[in-house]
Design a protein around this ligand. Structure first.
Ligand code: AMP
Ligand code: FES
Ligand code: ZN
Length: 267
């Protein structure tokens, strides 16, 4: 699923890679395939799960991640949003009147950088696949935010010492290829979608229809966008330090602290 060549030179031998695992098929395949090549790369891997406080879904997902990490002998770090930060995604969504997935995106981006970094990680890997990136590429072009295409890349490096490099080793793998891998290796994964996710994802529907008409459309689009991304100036707004938590952010306070404060104000 992941060739060691594609990651060679990116992670120094002896370094620690945190793998963000949601329990879905993509990140389960990611964890398993990185676990297989960790010796060859000379790296240590740690699984990382965030319990977002979504009733039943978060508990079921946590159980899958716990069981897979245990079976593979991979250390697991869990952040429980309610226990560790005093709020859940549904609460923050209600307090701010924002869609749950937008709140959830803020929380994941923040924690997937802060927690692994504080625990000594050199980088963090996520399970985004070719379907996700094909959708992002279309959305970026359609909305006129073409500079966001600079984010379509296997590795997202940063000049800020507090921002970890992000790796997306499955960028060129389709959802079907990943599902086949998960089934062939008999890996546990969460089948249901998050109950708070929107029912329809129109850009994904467009990508799926296009793939039906032009087989290979997703991979082609991602390859093209990735090539283009190399010639674009990365779209990174100037970062400041959040005056509350000290994390890098484009606003002060950062979006995560603002969510936290909104929940506190409401309660
Ligand atoms: P999503 O943002 O749900 O499309 O997920 C994209 C990637 O983010 C997944 O493949 C995982 O690597 C990571 N991820 C999503 N949800 C979680 C979670 N609750 N805990 C840890 N990592 C997650
Ligand atoms: Fe984001 Fe469900 S709200 S995964
Ligand atoms: Zn902050």
């Amino acid at each position: 699923m992941i060739s060691p060549h594609s990651l060679r030179g990116i992670l120094p031998r002896g370094s620690t890679l945190f793998v963000a695992v949601s329990g879905g098929k993509d990140s389960v395949a990611l964890l398993h395939s990185l676990w297989r090549i960790r010796g060859e790369l000379g790296i240590r891997i740690v699984a990382y799960y965030i319990n977002l406080g979504i009733p039943t879904f978060s508990e079921r997902s946590e159980e899958v991640v716990r069981s897979l990490s245990r079976d593979l002998g991979i250390p697991l770090v869990i952040t429980d949003l309610e226990r560790d930060f005093g709020f859940t995604v549904p609460e923050a969504s209600r307090a701010t009147d924002r869609k749950p997935c937008s709140v959830c995106g803020i929380v994941k981006r923040y924690l997937q950088n802060r927690v692994p970094r504080e625990l000594g990680a050199s980088a963090v890997a996520t399970g985004h696949n070719a379907d996700d990136f094909a959708k992002f590429a279309l959305k970026d072009l359609y909305s006129g935010e073409a500079l966001w295409l600079s984010k379509i890349s296997r590795i997202l490096a940063s000049e800020d010492p507090l921002l970890l490099p992000k790796l997306r080793p499955l960028i060129h793998r389709t959802g079907e290829e990943i599902l086949t891998y998960v089934e062939e290796n008999d890996l546990p994964y969460v089948r249901e979608r998050c109950p708070l996710a929107p029912r329809r994802d129109r850009f994904l529907e467009v990508v799926t229809v296009a793939e039906g008409i032009i087989p290979g459309f997703r991979k082609g689009l991602v390859r093209g966008a990735e090539r283009l991304s190399k010639s674009l100036k990365p779209r990174t707004p100037p970062l400041v330090r959040c005056s509350i938590c000290g994390e890098p952010s484009s606003t002060d306070p950062c979006s995560f602290c603002r969510l936290r404060m909104a929940v506190e104000r409401k309660s």
